[in-house]
Structure formats: structure tokens, C-alpha cells
Design a protein around this ligand. Structure first.
Ligand code: PMV
Length: 341
């Protein structure tokens, strides 16, 4: 007897960034953040979990390569889900005692600032919750794997409420609007480099929290106002407002990296060229038609409306003649499948 469950979850692109933790263990952020979850199948993780009595030890394969299961965050997610299953008595004890084999694949560069861990943990937790049949807010468990993963549990635009409680029970993600709310919205992902980033987000956040005064200012004075304005812009489908907030927030996050001491940076010359091209394009139209945002890496995500995609793609091809661009359609929710043998 064996049970196999498969789930998919997509990357999310933060438009109001999460940067800095108030609790490292529980992964509790300093500020609320907002993101858009992309369409499934385009940039997603697909994870299968198999539980069987003859698996000797828990195993994990990432993109076909066996990785160590000796990973604290991974173990925390599994333990937490099994503990809830025990409490809710959703499966029998024998099933709970079986080990699992996890196979996860990304169809995009891993750890290049493209939120691969977010999709990965959202997907893993979705699959495990299904395997053990638990009923709970899984965003809180995904958060324990990788903070931003809690947002990939939902489709559409999603807010991660930082919460105020010490146990993290109110640090949870919630959908702002579903994926169908803004059907004209598109994301162009410009992969500048697909190598691993040199400063992981965990290390970067720690450095910034310890040394950046700008980070303190941002958390207190900028984010609360920006979150309200962003939710308004999304609900009203006010693209120019949405775009300006997105770019300003990305710029502030990268300014914080430089304000940390010693400083670190994720953007490259190509990233800056993309920033300049976007501003020139918007200035030419005297209207904000495209927005860039960069996470902890040099790759750009451009938000724009569908009607502007052909022209913007043309501009990118003109400025970067040898480029290939990934055109990501729409916003969507994680999917699950289950097979019992
Ligand atoms: O969830 P982490 O630890 O990979 O951190 C993500 C941080 C950013 O991508 C830079 C911002 C965000 O809100 O996703």
C-alpha cells in the first residue's frame, strides 16, 4: 500500500516587499507585504509526496537530485503537519509512522531571486496537508518553510499580515482579490541571471535588520501607508498608482540593501538598464504603463496590461537584442491531485 499526492503552486511576485524578521525561528516579518501569485504551469513548483511503509528514511529529491533531509525548515513543516493530523485524528497512527519520499521540481531557475523557495514550500505544504487530510490555515505552515511561501498558498493578489502575537498565530496570508479580478494584468519575467544569489534572503534580512536605519524608517512610516494605497489601487484596478507604488517599494528595498553595513546588492548593470528603459518608456507616454520590481536577485518582473505587451516586448527585444522573454499570463491558485495505489 502506498499513497501519493501531487500538488502544484506558483511563484508570487511581491509588490510590497517583505524584508526583515522580528522572529527568526517562527519567521515572523517586520512588516505586512503584498504579492501577486502567477498562473500555474508557467512558473511553478510541482511536488509529489509518497508515503509507504517500506521507505526506510524520509527522502527529498529536488529537480531529480537527492538532497539532504537534514533541513530544519523542511522538518519543521512535516512535524507541524503530522502534529495537526494527530490532533485532528485525520489518519491512523500507522499511516503517520510511515516515512515519506518527496519529489519536487521547478520549471524555472532555482534560487535566482525568482521566489523558487516560495513556490516550493507552498507546494510541499499543500501536498502534505492533502496527504494527511488536515484542515487548517496552511499559509502559517508554509511560512515556516520560507516566509514568502505563505503568499503562494493563494492565487490572485495576496496580503501577508505580519501580525503582532509572539507565537505567530496571527501572521498569516489572506487573498485580497482573486485571480479573475484583474484579467488584463500581465507579468513579463526578464531573467537577467539564473545563477544562485550570493546573499541569501535570510542573511540579507539579518544584516539589514541589524544595521539599516532606512529599514526601521520603512517599517514604521512607509509600509503601513503603502499597503493601504496598494490595496486600494488593486481593488480599483488603478494601474498607474499600482505601478508607481510597486516601483517605489522595489527601489526602497534595494536601497535598504545598500544602507546595510557592510552593504550588499542584488541588482546588476542589466537590472539598472531595465529600470531606465521602463522610466523612459513611461515618460514618453506621460503615463505609467509598465512597472518593474526586483526581489533578491537581478531578474526583473514587469507588470503591465495586456494591451501594452506587444510594444513593451518589442522595446525589450530592441534594447536587449539577444534576449528571450517569458510571457506569463494571468494569476491563479495552487492545484492538487491525489492518487491512491
Ligand atoms: O521568503 P524569503 O525568505 O525567500 O524572502 C523573500 C524576500 C523578497 O523576495 C525579497 C521579498 C518578498 O516579499 O518576497
Amino acid at each position: 500500500m502506498s499513497v501519493i499526492v501531487t500538488a502544484t503552486a506558483s511563484v508570487n511576485i511581491a509588490v510590497i516587499k517583505y524584508w526583515g524578521k522580528r522572529d527568526e525561528e517562527l519567521i515572523l516579518p517586520l512588516n505586512d507585504s503584498i504579492s501577486a501569485t502567477l498562473d500555474t504551469n508557467v512558473m511553478c513548483a510541482r511536488t509529489s509526496v509518497c508515503a509507504r511503509p517500506d521507505i526506510q528514511k524520509n527522502e527529498i529529491y529536488l529537480n531529480g537530485i537527492k538532497n539532504s533531509f537534514d533541513n530544519k525548515r523542511l522538518q519543521t513543516c512535516l512535524k507541524k503537519i503530522k502534529a495537526i493530523a494527530t490532533l485532528q485524528k485525520t489518519v491512523d497512527e500507522e499511516f503517520l509512522s510511515w516515512n515519506v519520499r518527496i519529489c519536487s521540481e521547478n520549471n524555472f531557475p532555482t534560487a535566482a531571486g525568482l521566489a523558487s523557495s516560495a513556490a516550493g514550500y507552498a507546494c510541499l505544504v499543500t501536498a502534505l496537508a492533502k496527504l494527511y487530510k488536515i484542515q487548517t490555515d496552511i499559509s502559517q505552515i508554509a511560512r515556516l518553510g520560507s516566509g514568502s511561501a505563505c503568499r503562494s498558498v493563494f492565487g490572485g493578489f495576496v496580503r501577508w499580515h505580519a501580525g503582532v502575537k509572539c507565537d505567530g498565530s496571527d501572521s498569516t496570508a489572506a487573498q485580497i482579490v482573486q485571480s479573475t479580478h484583474w484579467p488584463e494584468m500581465r507579468v513579463l519575467v526578464l531573467v537577467v541571471a539564473d545563477k544562485e544569489k550570493h546573499t541569501s534572503s535570510s542573511i540579507g534580512m539579518k544584516k539589514s535588520s541589524e544595521t539599516s536605519e532606512l529599514l526601521k524608517y520603512r517599517v514604521e512610516h512607509c509600509v503601513p501607508r503603502r499597503v493601504d494605497e496598494m490595496i486600494n489601487a488593486i481593488k480599483k484596478k488603478d494601474f498607474p498608482r499600482f505601478a508607481e507604488l510597486t516601483m517605489k517599494d522595489s527601489n526602497q528595498f534595494h536601497a535598504i540593501c545598500l544602507d546595510s553595513y557592510p552593504p550588499f546588492h542584488y541588482l546588476t548593470d542589466v537590472s539598472y538598464k531595465i529600470i531606465d528603459v521602463v522610466h523612459k518608456y513611461n515618460e514618453m507616454y506621460r503615463e505609467t504603463k509598465v512597472a518593474y520590481t526586483f526581489d533578491a536577485g537581478p531578474n526583473a518582473c514587469l507588470f503591465l496590461l495586456e494591451e501594452n505587451v506587444p510594444e513593451v516586448l518589442g522595446v525589450i527585444k530592441y534594447v536587449f537584442p539577444s534576449s528571450n522573454t517569458d510571457y506569463v499570463r494571468g494569476l491563479d491558485v495552487p492545484e492538487e491531485e491525489e492518487h491512491t495505489f
